[in-house]
Write a protein that binds this ligand. Structure first.
Ligand code: ZN
Length: 94
């Protein structure tokens, strides 16, 4: 039986390492380091935490292999959902 560990996952996605001056990404949100680097505070705007521009708030970035995987899963899922809807509501057609 196989199992998925972090090494396998790292083929498909890597943690976002975005950094710009005093700002850096952690879990998809931007944090700003204090001048003395002792701590960081969550960067917020009026409508909430600022999403990281590099990973778009996700906290990870897909590798090319990851993008292929997601694309494959998406197309597979899309087909299955289409089949399922057709099965449940055949009168609606495709
Ligand atoms: Zn990020």
């Amino acid at each position: 039986m196989g199992y998925t560990d972090m090494n396998e996952i790292s083929q498909f996605e890597v943690a976002c390492k975005y950094r710009d001056g005093k700002m850096y990404c952690s879990g998809g949100h931007l944090y700003v380091l204090e001048p003395d680097n002792s701590m960081a505070t969550l960067a917020v705007m009026d409508d909430g935490p600022i999403r990281c521009p590099a990973c778009d708030g996700k906290g990870y970035i897909l590798t090319p292999a990851g993008e292929q995987l997601i694309d494959m899963i998406w197309r597979h899922t899309e087909r299955r959902v289409t089949d399922l809807v057709h099965e449940l509501r055949p009168e609606d057609g495709v």
